[in-house]
Design a protein. Structure first.
Length: 79
């Protein structure tokens, strides 16, 4: 039933996961640059992006779990 992970995932899950990766990457870049240049403002600006990326990642896990449960229920109903 579940052939390949990305083949079976929905568009909402993909959007959430790639958004999460983008926010985490942006947060890491801002935080690292701010820490290395001694710019505390830039470093702390990156922190909310890290938090938002983490929250989106957890939301993606929840969305994927709901999708898999729905598909398993549908598969169980088929004779």
């Amino acid at each position: 039933m579940l052939n390949e992970y990305w083949q079976t995932s929905g568009m909402a899950y993909r959007i959430i996961v790639f958004s999460a990766m983008g926010f985490i990457a942006l947060g890491l870049i801002l935080t690292i640059i701010g820490a290395n240049t001694g710019n505390n403002g830039l470093m702390w600006t990156g922190m909310p992006f890290l938090g938002l990326g983490t929250i989106l990642h957890v939301a993606g896990i929840a969305a994927r779990g709901q999708e898999v449960r729905r598909r398993l229920r549908e598969a169980a109903k088929k004779p």
